[in-house]
Write a protein that binds this ligand. Structure first.
Ligand SMILES: Nc1ncnc2c1ncn2[C@@H]1O[C@H](COP(=O)(O)OP(=O)(O)OP(=O)(O)O)[C@@H](O)[C@H]1O
Ligand SMILES: Nc1nc2c(c(=O)[nH]1)N=C(CO)CN2
Length: 179
């Protein structure tokens, strides 16, 4: 199988064992047929953003970004990510509500139509420090189509995004993959 379509996926968790949820998700994505995780950002921590603004009373999020190369197109990739969210115990209640795991596609190559089920690039990525900061750290040369260099967007954000000391996410997949 040819594994060549690049995509960037954002991961978030603000309930339960947040770090383990991110690690389980990265491993599950790497185990998808035809999908290989090629890079991962450091884990960052940020206060929960709700539709009315930052909610300091809600549990804070751990976030990270990964790069994958995929033999499947964007819509099929999203279906797989939704299945992983369900399998790893996501409970979906309110919009932008607390969750054990959230997986969003930020950019993805390959044919697709923009609609409610899948919009690319992710329409809110450009204004989210918890996406931009780890993405720029993972790939300082990254571009967000329509918005420019991710490093510039990350440098301009006023969002609070803090380093979270943890072992590299890539260790989670490398250890499980035959050499
Ligand atoms: N690029 C995308 N990545 C993930 N989901 C998307 C994307 N574009 C559209 N969607 C759709 O958005 C719907 C709502 O997703 P979800 O409940 O995860 O939203 P959210 O994470 O609360 O908010 P946000 O989309 O602002 O991050 C999903 O059913 C999915 O089909
Ligand atoms: N800090 C932070 N806030 C959020 C996040 C997230 O991943 N991190 N995801 C949301 C819906 O996708 C809503 N708010």
């Amino acid at each position: 199988m040819r594994v060549e379509l690049p995509a960037v996926i954002a991961l978030g968790s603000n309930l339960g064992d947040r770090e383990q949820a991110l690690r389980d998700a990265v491993r599950a994505i790497d185990e998808l047929p035809g999908v290989v995780v090629s890079a991962a950002s450091e884990i960052v921590e940020s206060p929960a953003l709700k539709p009315d603004g930052v909610d300091e009373s809600a549990p804070s999020y751990l976030n990270a970004v990964i790069a994958v190369r995929s033999a499947i197109g964007p819509q099929q990739l999203l279906d797989c990510l939704n299945e992983i969210e369900q399998r790893l115990g996501r409970v979906r209640t309110e919009r932008w509500g607390d969750r054990t795991l959230d997986l969003d596609i930020i950019t993805a190559a390959g044919p697709h139509e923009n609609n409610d089920r899948l919009t690319l690039p992710h329409p809110r990525a450009w204004q989210r420090g918890f996406v931009l900061v780890p993405w720029a750290q993972m790939n300082p040369g990254a571009q967000l189509p329509g918005h420019g260099p991710v490093a510039d967007l990350a440098a301009a954000t006023t969002d609070v995004v803090l380093p979270y000391p943890a072992a590299p996410l890539m260790a989670t997949v490398r250890s499980g993959r035959p050499s």
